[in-house]
Design a protein around this ligand. Structure first.
Ligand code: GDP
Length: 386
């Protein structure tokens, strides 16, 4: 499907940059337009692929290009004030050619965390195309303020977008990795999953077996509302002229049973393995199974079995399925999109820690005011200058 991507804040901008690299590498062009919005000049300068004219600096009057720190209320305020600057960039997007907007933001910081919900509300007011969010949750080790920001941003954003796709940094970090290289790896994981999904809906209907290819309307219907997560599993396929099999099979022979079992097991692995937002898959309202790989390794029965398995697993009757043919690839994969998920322990935990952080912040602030009053108080015995 065709998307207008808007990266908000540092994480949002970097991930949109990575989406552009991925899009051109797979030669698919599901990215119709890419915009980066930030209150920090240096973050915008650090991008490699977002066109210069689509980099929008906001909040200059208040923060002079230095960013909003981790103050997401300020992030929301400067976005509100400079919404026309962002609209100026959106005006250049051929909106009639896109299927949806996707706003990408780290939810724990300031600019993206506060700005994404403001922009989502604005876009929904003006355009009829769906507006999706891709929200990145902070790691649990990032501290109270990031957790509080993320919980407040999540609560706000989920009501402003048609669907909030979530990626949890915490579930994807690796021990012993530096923050920088960690993010580079994580960003590739994000883009591979969400990129494969969106690219899947962009395959020309006459490219391959038309009726089994996933259509963008199936993605849109699956993303009708709520919160979504993605699972992905893949494996290398031994082609018929590799290894032991070569002595038994011809090059073109297709083993229906093997392909079906492989796909069913990949769908199961994708669903029950590490999701972008870990949750109980059974709580999903809707789902979409996409089989990826070279057409000669895909069969309709495999997707159908995988789809049925997911239907049983979720108890939902709204599980869609289809192919994303990638000719020449030696791996076969399954993308599972779970939408309308509700049993998400990470969100409960985030909200709990945020409520505690909010209470602690209020107490510390009140105490600090009292302490300061005591510090400057001389019991009326000293006169100020004026
Ligand atoms: P902003 O510029 O004020 O919107 O804030 P940032 O985007 O810098 O940071 C917000 C949050 O995003 C942080 O708490 C991190 O959890 C996360 N983050 C920052 N950079 C990256 C990145 O490159 N990739 C990912 N996955 N997360 C990031």
């Amino acid at each position: 499907m065709k998307l207008a991507l808007i990266g908000f804040g540092q994480a949002g901008g970097k991930i949109v940059d990575e989406f552009l690299a991925y899009d051109s590498a797979i030669d698919n062009s599901f990215v119709e337009a890419a915009i980066a919005v930030n209150s920090a000049t240096t973050d915008l300068r650090g991008l490699d692929h977002v066109p210069q004219e689509n980099r929008v600096l906001i909040g200059q009057a208040r923060v002079k290009g230095h960013g909003v720190g981790a103050d997401n209320e300020l992030g929301a305020a400067v976005t509100e004030a400079d919404i026309d600057e962002i609209q100026g960039a959106i005006d250049r997007v051929p909106v009639h050619e896109i299927d949806a907007f996707l706003i990408v933001a780290g939810m724990g910081g300031g600019t993206g965390s506060g700005g994404a919900p403001v922009l989502a509300r604005h876009l929904k007011r003006i355009h009829t195309e769906p507006v999706y969010g891709l929200g990145i949750l902070p790691g649990t080790d990032e501290g109270g303020i990031y957790t509080l920001n993320a919980a407040r941003s999540f609560k706000t954003l989920v009501d402003e977008v048609d669907n909030l796709l979530v990626f949890d940094n915490d579930a994807w970090r690796s021990a012993g990795e530096s923050v920088g290289s960690g993010y580079d790896r994580i960003n590739r994981e994000i883009v591979e999953r969400f990129g494969l999904l969106f690219a899947a809906g962009e395959v020309g209907q006459n490219d391959h077996v038309a009726e089994s290819v996933v259509d963008s309307s199936e993605i849109i219907n699956t993303l009708e509302s709520g919160v979504s997560t993605i699972g992905y599993a893949s494996e290398t396929v031994e082609s018929a002229n590799d290894g032991l099999l070569s002595s038994f099979r011809s090059d073109t022979e297709f083993d229906e049973g093997t392909a079906t079992n492989r796909m069913t097991s990949l769908v199961r692995k994708a669903t029950l393995g590490r999701l972008t937002l870990p949750c109980d898959a059974a709580s999903a309202d809707r789902g979409l199974v996409v089989a990826t790989g070279s057409p000669e390794h895909l069969n309709r029965k495999g997707v159908e079995r995988g789809r049925q398995w997911l239907e049983d697993e979720t108890g939902s009757m709204e599980i869609r399925g289809g192919d994303y043919p990638l000719p020449g690839r030696d791996d076969v994969g399954a993308i599972v999109l779970l939408s309308g998920v509700t049993a998400v322990p990470r969100i409960d935990q985030l909200q709990q820690v945020a409520i505690e952080a909010q209470e602690t912040t209020e107490t510390v602030r009140a105490n600090a005011q009292e302490d300061f009053a005591t510090l400057v108080d001389t019991g009326g015995e000293l006169d100020a200058l004026f």
